[in-house]
Design a protein around this ligand. Structure first.
Ligand SMILES: Nc1ncnc2c1ncn2[C@@H]1O[C@H](COP(=O)(O)OP(=O)(O)O)[C@@H](O)[C@H]1O
Ligand SMILES: [Mg+2]
Length: 368
């Protein structure tokens, strides 16, 4: 069922300026962004509320006009194309189903608009209902479905018209945690099996990490980094991305030298990190970024930073130990806790890191 219709998406230096109705001042909701989605790729816009994610989706769907720049879908410049001529479909947080139509009629809606014969619609609707696990629900009104089921109907309604680009704006935000986990697996499975190019918006890093081929991390209308989930987790470009996509600790250091690795000193101890921000040079004050799984807890004085254990959270195959230090509260992930020492709450300890898993970043914490 691969989609030969699937298209690339290109944004070329897109800006969107809004005039704030209160102050009368111009605000750049999107401050000049460029990116490209490959056909069949699922790319997520990830960033804090207000950073311009929905505005980008609305410009791609045509419901918002960019102030400047160019938008391409496949080989077509769609910058000035009206929404109904763009061949995109949008799934929202509020499912937006028609309450007076049953589930099957909701799903078939786009095909009726396209004047597809009813008997073909019936067959296709049933196929798409089965695809989202609602094969028996066609005759029900949407109000008799759970939130998760309603979102599946909305998804089927968007997918059935075989758009070249599927847009999803925080589609899972109204669902409870367990359902969210199931649905993100489901969405990715459907998107991949249909081969539809998709742009997904969320402020939830776990959601972004678990469903995306690539993630675009945004802040205040700017793209800060584009990369695969593992890229942005292991190799964030700055402390903002590092902190936004996962738990992290930063240890102040001095850069001693850079060759095919970055040599640093943390409290008189020398380390070599495999990754570093390319702006750094010898003599710079910088930060060693360490993720919870690269940290370890040991005797006080033995590591790079002393602290006190404030909590141990048992998760079965791992324990999360929180350590209060002068650098803040640091989370340490201890895998295979049965064979490791777990320090008690209140005990004095020290933190150390596995340098092979760290990255050295410029100290931009003030502005982050
Ligand atoms: N129609 C509008 N008029 C004025 N300001 C807007 C409008 N739509 C969005 N904004 C502003 O643009 C910025 C980005 O909004 P939005 O794209 O909705 O962010 P996100 O989806 O990342 O939360 C916000 O500061 C928001 O207040
Ligand atoms: Mg939004």
């Amino acid at each position: 069922m691969a989609n030969t219709n699937s298209k690339s998406v290109t944004f070329e230096d897109i800006k969107k300026i809004f005039r704030d109705p209160q102050s009368g001042q111009d605000v750049a909701a999107v401050a000049g962004v460029s990116f490209r989605l490959e056909p069949g790729e699922l790319v997520t816009l990830l960033g804090p509320s207000g950073c311009g994610k929905s505005t980008i989706l609305r410009m791609l769907s045509g419901f918002e006009q960019p102030t400047s720049g160019k938008i391409m879908i496949g080989d077509n410049d769609v910058t000035n194309t009206p929404p109904n001529k763009r061949d995109t479909a949008m799934v929202f947080q509020s499912y937006g189903l028609f309450p007076h139509m049953n589930v099957a009629d909701n799903v078939g809606y786009g095909l009726r608009l396209r004047k597809v014969p009813q008997k073909d619609i019936d067959v296709k609707v049933q196929k798409f209902l089965e695809m989202v696990g609602l094969g028996q629900m066609g005759k029900r009104p949407p109000s008799r479905l759970s939130g998760g089921q309603q979102q599946r109907v909305a998804l089927a309604r968007s997918l059935i018209v075989e758009p070249s680009v599927l847009l999803l704006d925080e589609p899972l935000s109204n669902l409870d945690a367990l359902l969210r986990e199931q649905m993100r697996v489901e969405i990715r499975r459907l998107q991949k099996s249909l081969g539809i190019t998709a742009m997904y918006v969320t402020h939830d890093r776990v959601e972004a990490m678990s469903l995306s081929d690539r993630i675009i991390v945004m802040k205040l209308g700017h793209i800060i980094q584009i990369g695969t989930p593992s890229d942005i987790y292991r190799d964030p470009v700055n402390t903002f991305v590092a902190g936004f996509v996962g738990k992290v600790a930063f240890f102040p250091c001095e850069v001693k030298g850079i060759d095919d690795a970055c040599h640093v000193e943390v409290k008189g101890q020398k380390f070599t990190a495999p990754r570093w921000a390319k702006t750094l040079k010898a003599g710079d004050k910088a930060l060693v970024m360490a993720r919870p799984e690269s940290l370890a807890v040991g005797e006080p004085g033995a590591g790079v930073e002393d602290g006190i254990v404030t909590a141990n959270i048992y998760l079965g195959n791992s324990v999360e130990t929180w350590v209060k230090t002068d650098l803040g509260n640091v989370l340490v992930q201890i895998d295979n806790p049965d064979v490791k020492k777990i320090w008690d709450e209140g005990e004095k300890v020290s933190l150390s890191f596995d340098p092979a898993l760290t990255k050295v970043l410029a100290d931009d914490l003030e502005q982050a």
